[in-house]
Design a protein around this ligand. Structure first.
Ligand code: ZN
Length: 681
């Protein structure tokens, strides 16, 4: 569980975002808003530039998007062993319902199904706890019984009553599978997590199983456990490997089929090699092949089209070993990429001029490749909730020896911005009109630059002193790591060098990002926390840490203040220059903590500034936010791609359309991309 948290860092940041963009006037009207329910808002994104690609590139993307959609059921099953049965049962009810659609039970039923689609299962996609249906158990039983049994996922030799008996407690009983991932100290994390990565084993058994596999002092360690479920049967512990002929075979066969077709139209030999290795990995499940694939993938930099399509991130496993299935099919945004190329080309300058102690600086910064991409399709764990930045591969030794690819997904951030226009958020929380105007003008540019600096330079900067254990900061490591990357980004955003390099238009632009960051860290991110709770998620902790530390340490100079206007609290930044100096000072300290492995200092910083919430302010923010009637979490429907054929059946074009509704898309995926069995045990 390390760097790749950055996937959510920025996603959260932008998910909460309220910036808007000056591009608006020139664009034809596009409806970004699709649906809204529970705490979720569904948006759609455009794929600018797709039409201008060559037919070969379009076809390449098309085949990859097909593979991306085939993995959806794998994730449902990974997220919980009853998820596919529940989804298929509820979909059958939804499509065959003849009762009163105005009844409270039915409306709640629809919300519940939409939430399951969103979370790829019965647990909240972010909080990971089971959400409770708003309809009655009687309604559920009655409606399932009303459906033609052949449309329901009834196990062989069983009846609809068996199905109902099995699913009812999983859906309705709060005590059954309450959390998808339990990370709370003092529990058997494996046995108390409802995710389907283990079956019948204890945490100790799982840890021992993998400890035995690892070789001491291995310079290129295999990511053991990444692509399997660990089970215990008749006293024997073994892995069910995800591969063709193994676990999830039916879906993986389809994925391999589409990858083969994609290979035929790839842009270059390196891409063909990447796909070959990925196909081989899907066929054999051999993790050495997976590493070969990752090494080939990270070095393929010449093509325009790129993709992730497989078992990738390990956040769903409480032990951080087993990867969920995800996909992102994308191509390079050439114009915007010149921005990140400029940043990367100047990486050494940024490292040399960083405000940290010179003992902690890297003599040579390497391996930072960065580009801005346009996503064409999201799948698995990237859908519908999606990152806006990706940094892969995960294996530390591959990052060390071959570097990593870092991307910013600009058509997604743009959609967030557009959808947020006029939703009232800024009017409610930003202190005055000039600040709002600043954010309207520079929000999109400065927030994107923040992400670029964070991803391309922030995480990669600095070094550990010799002999310092890279795990020294333990449970505080990821909060402090995100803190470091954010501070690096913000410290430099206000530098003259940024204007000199043409990364921001003028010396006011960075202020938009400073203001939104501090307002978010001190106030508005609290909309995601239930009253009375502490902040637990590491990116939220990082943001509050920075904001509160600067509030307190700048108090004497009145750098930041909280103003009361008509009984409402507002963040006011009184001195942007001094705020920048504070960012530099805190960056130096956080870098020292990391470089020296100073656990006690790291702990003190996090515990003092990042965890506790001011209850009165929290109450106020929640009340004000509630009035706006906004959804704190957002996700996306995908565009739809179609082949155009001439009278001889030759493909002449690939078209993209954007008119699908949320339920329409989910039901289509469930029908067309659902090769997996309901029960995979
Ligand atoms: Zn990060």
């Amino acid at each position: 569980m390390k760097k790749l948290f950055l996937i959510t860092t920025t996603a959260l940041f932008f998910g909460m975002s309220f910036v808007s963009c000056s591009k608006t006037e020139n664009e034809p009207k596009f409806n970004y808003n699709v649906d809204k329910f529970a705490d979720l808002q569904i948006l759609r994104y455009q794929v600018p530039g797709f039409e201008e690609l060559s037919l070969n590139q379009k076809l390449y993307i098309y085949y990859l998007t097909e593979a991306a959609q085939e993995g959806r059921d794998i994730l449902f099953d990974q997220n919980g062993k009853y998820n596919l049965a529940i989804r298929r049962t509820l979909e059958a009810v939804y499509q065959n319902y003849n009762g009163d659609k105005e009844s409270a039970d039915y409306k709640e039923f629809v919300v519940y199904l939409k939430r399951i689609w969103f979370s790829n299962g019965i647990h909240h996609h972010y909080a990971a706890d089971k959400f409770v249906p708003g309809f009655s158990q009687e309604f559920f039983v009655e409606q399932v019984k009303a459906v033609d049994p052949t449309l329901l996922p009834v196990k062989e030799g069983e009846t609809v009553d068996n199905l109902i008996a099995e699913l009812t407690p999983v859906i309705f009983d709060k005590e059954v599978m309450p959390k998808r991932i339990n990370l709370a100290a003092g529990y058997d994390l494996v046995q108390t997590s409802a995710g389907n990565y283990y079956d019948g084993v204890t945490q100790k058994e799982a840890e021992d199983f993998y400890a035995k596999m690892r070789k001491p002092n291995d310079n290129q360690p295999i990511s053991y456990g990444l692509n399997s479920r660990l089970v215990k049967r008749d006293g024997k512990i073994y892995e069910e490997v995800y591969k063709v002929g193994g676990r999830y075979s039916k879906a993986l066969e389809r994925i391999v089929y589409w990858l083969e077709l994609a290979k035929g139209v790839a842009e270059n030999d390196e891409q063909r090699n990447v796909i070959d290795l990925l196909i081989e990995f899907n066929k054999t499940g051999d993790l050495k092949t997976f590493d070969e694939y990752a090494v080939a993938w990270v070095q393929e930099l010449t093509g325009n089209v790129d993709f992730i399509c497989g078992f990738t991130e390990v956040y769903g496993d409480p032990l951080g070993m087993k990867a969920s299935w995800e996909a992102s099919i994308n191509f390079k945004n050439v114009e915007a990429s010149s921005r990140t190329e400029t940043i990367s080309a100047n990486a050494q300058w940024f490292e040399d001029n960083s405000p940290i102690d010179s003992r902690f600086k890297k003599e040579t910064v390497k391996g930072v490749t960065a580009k801005v991409i346009t996503v064409a399709m999201l799948g698995g764990d990237c859908y519908p909730s999606t990152p806006i930045g990706i940094n892969l591969p995960n294996a530390d030794w591959i990052r060390r020896d071959y570097g990593s690819k870092s991307v910013t997904i600009e058509n997604i951030t743009y959609a967030y911005d557009q959808a947020a226009l006029g939703n009232g958020f800024k009017e409610e929380f930003v202190i005055d009109e000039p600040t709002r105007e600043l954010m309207n003008k520079y929000g999109f540019a400065s927030d994107n630059l923040h992400t670029d600096l964070h991803e391309c330079l922030g995480h990669g900067s600095g070094k550990l002193l010799p002999g310092v254990d890279s795990d020294a900061l333990k449970a505080y490591a990821s909060t402090l790591e995100e803190t470091r990357a954010d501070l690096f980004a913000m410290y430099y955003m206000a530098d003259d060098k940024i204007i000199e390099l043409g990364l921001l238009p003028n010396e006011d632009a960075y202020k938009s990002n400073y203001y939104s960051y501090i307002m978010n860290g001190l106030m508005t991110q609290l909309t995601r926390i239930e009253l009375g709770n502490d902040i637990e998620e590491s990116h939220m902790r990082n943001r509050q840490l920075i904001a509160k530390w600067c509030l307190e340490n700048g108090a004497e100079d009145n750098v930041i203040s909280i103003e009361k206007i008509d009984g409402k609290s507002y963040v006011k930044i009184n001195d942007y220059d001094k705020l920048r100096a504070l960012f530099g000072k805190l960056l130096a300290e956080v870098q020292r903590i990391k470089s020296e492995g100073d656990y006690e200092a790291g702990k003190a910083l996090v515990e003092k500034y990042a965890v506790k919430v001011d209850i009165e302010l929290h109450k106020e923010v929640l009340a004000r936010y509630k009035k706006l009637n906004l959804a704190p979490y957002k996700g996306f429907v995908n565009p739809k791609y179609s082949l155009v054929e001439d009278e001889n059946g030759m493909v002449t074009d690939v078209t993209v359309t954007y008119n699908e509704e949320y339920d329409e898309q989910m039901l289509r995926y469930s029908k067309d991309y659902s090769a997996l069995d309901t029960y995979n045990d």
